[in-house]
Structures are given as structure tokens and as C-alpha cells.
Design a protein around this ligand. Sequence first.
Ligand code: CTP
Length: 156
Amino acid sequence: MSSDRSEHELRVSKIRNGTVIDHIAGGQALNVLAILGIDGSEGFGVSIGMNVPSDRLGHKDILKVEGRELSQSEVDVLSLIAPEATINIVREYNVVEKNRVEPPEEVVGVLSCPNRNCISNDSEPVETRFEVLDEGVRCDYCSEIIREQIADHIDV
Ligand code: CTP
């Protein structure tokens, strides 16, 4: 990095322990936080960079969550809205693991079905289930397909 650029850049500090979710599609960071169920009240340190320049993506979002590692099911769901994301596990300031996300076969209990007549929307509680397809996700109960803006249907 040139000294000129570093003078003008506000850099978010490195974290000691936790997770850095990098290469999130620009504008999706808040949806990623919603999937993780983080709203700030838990007390974790959270840094959010939105629409920051990226060589690979043009611009990207980045999230740093201190003191929290992600479960596989959380990472699976992230892949639906941030397919290019890299999950970096940081311990004692070092990146000890770096994983790309992979789409799961199904997503259970995370998305709500947009079909109002679907039984998953009845007052009787039933866990939502969607099969992951190339073109979107399909409700197991009524076969409704969500093709776009999947994050709008996150029910967390
Ligand atoms: N990071 C951090 N705190 C640390 C270590 C790393 O916040 N203690 C952040 C870095 O700022 C970076 C991300 O975690 O945004 C990944 O770190 P690293 O693998 O060192 O960076 P790159 O090699 O640039 O990652 P990539 O190749 O995945 O782009």
C-alpha cells in the first residue's frame, strides 16, 4: 500500500479472537448479521465495513465479530446471500482457518415461506424447510420457489 493511500485510509483494527467474514456481496452485511442473530445486544465487538473497495468483487462488505465463531449451519445459510464469502477464524490475532462457504442441500427453520396459504404459515408451529436449487430455494411443504432477495425472507 502506498504511504499516500494509507494516510487517507481508515482501517478497522485487527481482532484478537473471533471471526472475520470477508468478501460479502456489497450491501449484504446487515443481512449476514441477521442470520447470525447478532443485533449488538450480546456484547460482542462487531465491526462492519460496507461497500469497501475490493480487488476481487469491485466492492464488498466485511464483518468482524470478536469472541464468536460460527457454526456450520450458520455458514451454510450465509452461502445463500453471500456465496463469495470467506470465513476467517482468528485466534490470538492469527488467521488459523480460512474457509469458503458452500451451499447446503436444505435450509431448516431460517426462511419463512412467502406463500400465505403454506402450512408453514399456519398458527400451528412447524419448522420451515427449503430445498436449495441452482435457481433459488423451494419450500418442502408447498413447492413455492424463492428466486431473488432470499435475505428478505429470513425469519430470525
Ligand atoms: N483479520 C483481522 N484480525 C486479525 C487477522 C486478520 O481482522 N487478527 C482480517 C484481515 O483484516 C482480513 C481478513 O481478516 O480482512 C483475512 O485476513 P488475511 O487472511 O490475513 O488477509 P488476506 O490474505 O488479504 O485474505 P484473502 O486472501 O482471503 O483476501
